[in-house]
Design a protein around this ligand. Structure first.
Ligand SMILES: Nc1ncnc2c1ncn2[C@@H]1O[C@H](COP(=O)(O)OP(=O)(O)OP(=O)(O)O)[C@@H](O)[C@H]1O
Ligand SMILES: [Mg+2]
Length: 150
């Protein structure tokens, strides 16, 4: 199997009798070339894909390869298996967290809810809703930090 990551054009191509939904472009072509480097049963990926998935998966460096149609050599990696990281937050931790910005109102409110729950001796349940990557998990982590070290 060969994997590459980047921008592609997707759409249907074909005629009246046959319609295929497919991705096209240089990125797709390079994935096909990288596949040819893979030994049977293995998965080869380009440096772009390896970088996006680093930590989540382990890769072995197979070095630079020259491919037809690519103007510069392409670094190829072989997928070895799952990596030590399972969430984006763990990867952020491994790379070093960014400084926490804003969310003061939300943190105050959550601390208030926690205190009320302790005083009332009954559990509170709070639901955090937000788009992917907007900072839900990080907010909970900051809350714990603040409760442990006010
Ligand atoms: N207020 C903030 N200040 C600085 N960095 C932040 C803040 N909120 C989130 N981040 C950073 O943004 C990234 C994504 O945050 P997080 O993983 O908490 O999002 P999420 O909403 O839980 O995502 P998912 O929906 O994928 O679970 C992390 O690297 C996190 O450290
Ligand atoms: Mg999360």
């Amino acid at each position: 199997m060969g994997l590459n990551s980047g921008e592609v054009v997707v759409g249907s191509i074909g005629d009246d009798l046959r319609m295929d939904y497919t991705a096209q472009g240089h990125v797709v072509g390079l994935a096909a070339r990288v596949q040819q480097v893979a030994s049977p049963g293995s998965v080869s990926v380009t440096e772009q894909t390896a970088r996006l998935a680093s930590g989540f998966f382990d890769f072995r460096d197979l070095g630079d390869h020259t491919f037809k149609g690519a103007s510069v050599p392409v670094r190829v990696f072989e997928l070895r298996g799952p990596g030590p990281i399972q969430s984006r937050l763990e990867r952020s931790r491994a790379r070093g967290f960014s400084g926490f910005v804003g969310r003061e109102r939300e943190l105050e409110w959550l601390c208030g809810a926690y205190r009320a729950s302790v005083e009332e001796r009954r559990p509170w349940c709070v639901t955090l809703l937000g788009d992917a990557g907007v900072g839900k998990t990080r907010l909970v982590r900051e809350l714990w930090q603040r409760l442990l070290d006010p």
